[in-house]
Design a protein. Structure first.
Length: 250
């Protein structure tokens, strides 16, 4: 007996599941109820080619997700009888009194959330990064995201510089500045994810795609600057050039 679920998924004899003829979800077979297992909702309607990069499955006991953002997983404590999709593009769903982002249970009431940008959410007197991480020791009154479009996962308040919700311990927020050459619109390779900054003590290499901040202990901080050469972005001090955070003697 073959049960066609759609989007390439089939249940064979209520014993195993295929996706385009390859067996999938095998380690969940003891949990899945094959009789009631089905595709409940996908984001295929949002993709130009109709491809479903996010699929929610349900059976009588559980809610499951298969997504480009997560491997096949069970939504913890979610119930199939009250499961609701709030925003499938962002991965927001609701069930059994809980909000979810993809397969993560969110630690707050999403209906009370204020999105400051794609990374930071304020919920009453608390601030979260990436919907799940509570940012600690933050002063909300002075909190700002200086470059929300280019460097959205970096922020600061009067006491700290934050990157990915974590304090950059060396950085002085009162003097911290991203080098203007990284922000003036001049094209260079990796211009959307590689940046350099400095404060009154150190210089910094920022790689947003790898979510990394590297301290550069230059001896000529006042001369630390950024320049585009042959469409590559370099930082310089008196002794070294820096490309992708790696220094070379001048």
């Amino acid at each position: 007996m073959i049960k066609d679920l759609g989007h390439g998924y089939k249940i064979i004899d209520n014993k195993f599941i295929l996706c385009y003829e390859s067996e999938v979800f095998k380690k969940f077979y003891k949990t899945i109820d094959f009789e009631t297992f089905k595709i409940t909702v996908t984001n295929a309607e949002y993709d130009n080619d109709g491809f479903a990069s996010t699929i929610y499955f349900t059976d009588k006991n559980h809610v499951y997700i298969q997504s480009a953002f997560t491997a096949f997983a069970i939504l913890e404590d979610a119930k199939s009888n009250d499961f609701k999709v709030i925003d499938i593009k962002k991965g927001y769903t609701f069930s059994n009194g809980n909000y979810y982002r993809h397969d993560d249970k969110m630690p707050f009431d999403l209906s009370k959330a204020k999105h400051l940008n794609n990374y930071h959410i304020q919920v009453e007197d608390q601030l979260y990064f990436g919907d799940v991480k509570l940012i600690e020791n933050v002063d909300l009154e002075s909190f700002t995201i200086p470059h929300p479009d280019l460097i959205g996962n970096m922020a600061l308040d009067k006491n700290h510089v934050f990157f990915k919700g974590n304090i950059v311990p060396e950085a002085n927020p009162n003097a911290f500045k991203v080098l203007e050459g990284c922000l003036d619109g001049t094209y260079y390779l990796e211009c959307d994810n590689v940046f350099y900054a400095k404060d009154d003590k150190y210089a910094y290499y920022i790689r947003t795609i790898n979510e990394e901040v590297k301290v550069i202990k230059t001896k000529s901080l006042n001369d630390f600057h950024f320049k585009v050469i042959d469409e590559r972005g370099y930082a310089f001090d008196k002794e070294y050039s820096y490309y992708m955070g790696k220094r070379t003697k001048i």
